[in-house]
Design a protein around this ligand. Structure first.
Ligand SMILES: [Zn+2]
Length: 372
């Protein structure tokens, strides 16, 4: 029994397109294979979420699914036929879900006329580690990549098996008569060409490894585990094929004081009792430098100050998150005689008694606000 797509994403049947997208984004990050190496349950969930999103994000498919359930996609009606999606499909789907910087490219299959298949080179995978500053504003990274490229002096000739067509035709005698089927030529892999001559340092496909500096434009707002695609910077294909892609896995470094949550950043500020009573200004860490903030006299411990737009630039291009400064009043553990006398005098003083007002929301109410 196939699981309900809404249940897979943990959303209701009335979920909006934005909610569906958000739910999938969360699942994709949670079950991403890079985050769960060797965990087949996670991989299964990763694939299931992708499949559910593929259907529910498409108004047409969603309508069919809402009406007929999984039956809508059985029997070759343009669905998944139970086979599920492969990882390449899923990663190409990320282009849509994680912003335009991902995906793109997209060769594969047949290019040009004449039905000849353009063989695609294999993909390369690298990891790039980013600081919070780089994540917040986006960055251009130059990385050295060892790619297989066509060796100089390599020559090709037309494949004799398929005569350059890239396909072979088979005639089979069946009970229904003679049937003709076309298949990719196994000699040339569909390119229609085979290696004729090559220099000594090239491999059997006429390729050799070369180091190349590749510039990668990383948009602001990326998250750990995301994957970017740089088209055509993977390995070259032999003959007249197209190069594979360079797949870049994003890693993010922790910041010493700023903690990320979505596009917002949290900062814990500790102030003395005197600063809380009298008011002061403090420097806090922000992305790419310090920011000075003002604390009003009588500020409460637990107060959250919001620095709008000082967080991480959103991956979808809509503005930026905030920095949330959590104010913590530090209570001294030991006092000298004079200080002790002062506080003893104030103990029980009406002005020192807590009188929380409606505007002094409880911690739980604040957290609720922050996530809504
Ligand atoms: Zn061939």
């Amino acid at each position: 029994m196939k699981e309900d797509y809404y249940e897979v994403l943990g959303i209701s049947k009335n979920a909006t397109a934005a909610e569906i997208k958000k739910a999938y984004r969360k699942k994709a990050l949670q079950f991403h294979p890079d985050k769960n190496p060797g965990d087949s349950t996670a991989e299964e969930k990763f694939k299931k979420s992708a499949e559910a999103y593929e259907v529910l994000s498409d108004p047409d498919k969603k309508a069919r699914y809402d009406q007929f359930g999984h039956a809508a996609f059985e029997g070759g009606a343009g669905g998944f036929g139970g086979g599920g999606m492969n990882m390449d499909d899923i990663f190409s789907q990320f282009g849509d879900i994680f912003g335009g910087a991902f995906g793109g490219g997209g060769f594969g299959g047949f290019g040009g006329g004449g039905g000849q298949r353009r063989v695609k080179g294999s993909n390369l995978r690298i990891r790039v580690s980013l600081t919070l500053e780089e994540v917040a504003n986006g960055v251009e990274k130059k990385v050295k990549v060892k790619r297989k490229v066509q060796a100089e002096g390599v020559t090709y000739k037309t494949c004799t098996t398929c005569n350059g067509r890239g396909q072979v035709t088979k005639i089979q005698n069946t009970i229904l008569g003679r049937m003709q089927t076309a298949a990719v030529c196994s000699t040339c892999g569909g390119s229609g060409q085979i290696l004729d001559g090559k220099p000594g340092d090239a491999d059997a496909q006429g390729l050799k490894v070369a180091e190349e500096t590749v510039s990668i434009n990383i948009p602001a707002g990326v998250e750990e585990g995301m994957q970017l695609k740089v088209p055509n910077k993977g390995n070259d294909a032999p003959g007249n094929g197209v190069p594979g892609d360079l797949l870049v896995a994003i890693e993010t470094q922790e910041h010493s004081t700023l903690k990320r949550e979505g596009d917002n950043l949290h900062y814990d500020l500790y102030i003395s009792i005197s600063d809380a009573v009298l008011g002061t200004s403090k420097e806090i860490d922000a992305v790419g430098g310090k920011v000075r903030i003002k604390l009003e006299p009588g500020i409460q411990s637990g107060k959250i100050l919001r620095l709008r737009g000082k967080g991480i630039t959103s991956l979808n291009g809509y503005g930026a998150g905030d920095i949330l400064v959590h104010v913590n009043v530090w209570t001294p553990k030991e006092l000298n005689k004079e200080q002790k006398e002062f506080f003893e005098k104030m103990q029980g003083n009406d002005n020192f008694e807590p009188k929380p007002e409606k505007s002094d929301k409880s911690f739980f109410e604040k957290v609720k606000d922050m996530f809504s």
